[in-house]
Design a protein. Structure first.
Length: 303
């Protein structure tokens, strides 16, 4: 069977209402011309920021059954793999087995791993998942997209400035990852956040830095969206990590700006938007996703 140029299998969470996990990642990839097959590690009525959330959790045997079906039909050859939220050790081990089989089916597959562990010092998943990610899954990945908390956990480095952030990226490269994108870290400027992206080929290493405004709102699904956008734009610009990051982050800024404006209008003057009002306005931003405005620009660092 001939391999499609842009065929993605995305393994992460799903919500019936709202935009996190696959609901946040699949639509943008499809809009940008990628076929996406979604495997939902969990299916919840809404994300966990709501007062009530409930649903079903896929277990390791469920994932194994689904993937075996794809193999039996000889439709398990993909150009890209994206993984995100996984809630249990057994499921994560099955993800590792699935990654290895996908690589056997297509040795040139690009694997983008968002190592979802938590944020701002708080775990979203059992702590036991961290060493599994660090020691077993990261060495299989081509691109990883940790936030500051996750990068600190996986590297063992506390990130306080650019120097310590670069040290953390170097340790993650040493685990076998070609491209590491630190999605954001505290720059010391309360009005902005910084993304550092590093790629290493042999002895050659390039790092780019991008700074963008911090918005006064708590959003969900942003990491899932960013990983999906980086999958696409690093594929479209394989030799220009800075441009890929500029397009991904510019899209993010446009989506978040439109989301915040809509949320504030719905909440009314002086009121804090509810979780439902803060859901990403992805459908409304279809044109932005297809043609990202230039809202974020960065530069390569002299190392």
């Amino acid at each position: 069977m001939a391999l499609p140029d842009h065929r993605v299998i995305s393994i992460q969470s799903h919500v019936v209402s709202g935009y996190v996990g696959n609901k946040s990642a699949v639509f943008p990839m499809q809009v940008l011309g990628y076929e996406v097959d979604a495997v939902n590690s969990v299916q919840l009525c809404s994300h966990t920021g709501y007062k009530h959330f409930q649903g079903q959790v896929l277990n390791d045997s469920d994932l194994k059954t689904l993937f075996e079906g794809l193999k039996l039909n000889d439709i398990h050859r993909y150009s890209h793999l994206l993984t995100g939220y996984v809630g249990s050790e057994s499921f994560l081990y099955e993800v590792i087995r699935t990654v290895k089989e996908l690589k056997e089916a297509n040795a040139s597959i690009t694997y983008v791993c968002d190592p979802v562990l938590g944020d701002a010092g708080q775990f979203y998943v059992p702590k036991e998942l961290m060493p599994i990610y660090r020691d077993q899954l990261l060495p299989l990945a081509d691109i990883i997209t940790p936030n500051q908390f996750e990068a600190e956990l996986l590297s063992g480095v506390t990130i306080t400035d650019q120097e310590s952030a670069l040290k953390a990226l170097g340790i993650l490269h040493d685990k076998g990852v070609a491209t590491v994108v630190l999605s954001s870290y505290e720059s010391g400027n309360e009005d902005s956040l910084v993304t550092l992206a590093s790629t290493r080929k042999g002895n050659e290493k390039r790092v780019c830095r991008l700074e963008f405004p911090r918005m006064n709102c708590i959003f969900t699904g942003t990491g899932d969206l960013l990983s999906a956008l980086l999958l696409v734009w690093t594929d479209k610009h394989p030799d220009n990590l800075l441009l890929a990051c500029e397009k991904a982050l510019s899209t993010m800024q446009a989506v978040l700006k439109r989301t915040l404006e809509s949320a504030q209008a719905l909440a009314g003057p002086g009121n804090m938007p509810s979780p439902a009002q803060r859901e990403l306005r992805l459908i409304n931003c279809k044109n932005v996703i297809e043609n990202p405005p230039t809202l974020v620009q960065g530069k390569y660092l002299d190392l």
